[in-house]
Design a protein. Structure first.
Length: 283
């Protein structure tokens, strides 16, 4: 039976490397456990909290708190895990800033929230105090990275965990397989996962899967949504995802969606939306 007292697992290659590799190894292992249908409660609590602190850091570096808000699936739960992780690793200044950003964002009006998530209005006279406050906090975040290295704190916290388990890279898969074998309702989980993937997938994921199918590529992971991606000289929402043929973008335009190579801007595949908006057809 799997318990929540599982150890933090790191690779021997990451331990011998830098802080970024230590945190990255934990992220990769937690991702692999999720993919294998292990629940968060069946993983190391420290590993899960480290994972979400790094998730917040990655999103905030990409596009400020707006990017975090945009990509967090369940902010109430994720906020808590991030707070607990920051407290555990001693990132006190980042925790204070995170709490202030959450409070400021949640106080925004619906209109101000939309403006902020669209990239803010700092260059117009119509910018509200709430949006300006969020942009100030985003700037404070960037400055804080210089004085409180949250990745170093995160890596040190992972390394210091009791009963830390260090495995060679090639041993990780077998270790996760052994944990999966202990899942008492594994067939049911697999059945639910398959059904939920089809029924509850967000629209962007359905489109990305269809584009990958048209291209003949295997989807590996949807990494993030970028609401400020420049396409044709204008800001638009682009979803970044990886396949067995590398990384691509999904961009919607009117009644079409495109799979784009970010390096060459080549359109690899395209789909059109039916008038009902519920079906896709190959372009």
């Amino acid at each position: 039976m799997i318990t929540s007292q599982q150890p933090v697992v790191l690779t021997s290659s990451s331990i011998a490397s830098n802080d970024e590799d230590v945190v990255g190894a934990n992220v990769s292992i937690v991702d692999a456990m999720h993919t294998a249908l292990l629940h968060t409660g069946e993983m190391s609590p420290a590993a899960v909290r480290s994972y979400f602190v790094d998730f917040y850091l990655t999103q905030a570096l990409e596009g400020g708190f707006a990017q975090y808000e945009f990509t967090a699936v369940d902010r109430a739960e994720t906020d808590t895990l991030i707070r607990e992780g920051m407290a555990g690793m001693g990132a006190t200044a980042h925790l204070d800033l995170f709490n202030r950003a959450v409070e400021a964002f949640d106080d925004l009006s619906g209109e101000d929230e939309e403006h902020y998530l669209d990239g803010g209005l700092a260059d117009t006279e119509e910018t509200s105090d709430g949006v300006l406050r969020m942009e100030e906090l985003d700037g404070e975040f960037e400055e804080l990275l210089e004085s409180e290295n949250i990745t170093a704190l995160n890596a040190a916290w992972l390394r210091s965990q009791p009963e830390l388990l260090v495995l060679d890279d090639e041993e990780i898969g077998a270790y996760i397989d052994r944990l999966v074998e202990q899942i008492p309702d594994l067939p049911e989980r697999r059945a639910r996962a398959g059904a939920e993937a089809l029924e509850n997938a967000p629209g962007f994921e359905i489109i990305i899967r269809e584009l990958c199918s048209i291209a003949g590529y295997q989807l590996v992971k949807i990494t993030l949504g970028d609401p400020n991606y420049l396409h044709g000289g204008s800001k638009t929402l682009a979803w970044h995802f990886t396949t067995d043929h590398g990384g691509f973008l999904m961009i919607e335009e009117d009644d079409e969606a495109f799979m784009v190579n970010p390096e060459t801007q080549e359109i690899v595949a395209a789909v059109e939306f039916e008038e009902t908006g519920s079906d896709l057809v190959e372009a």
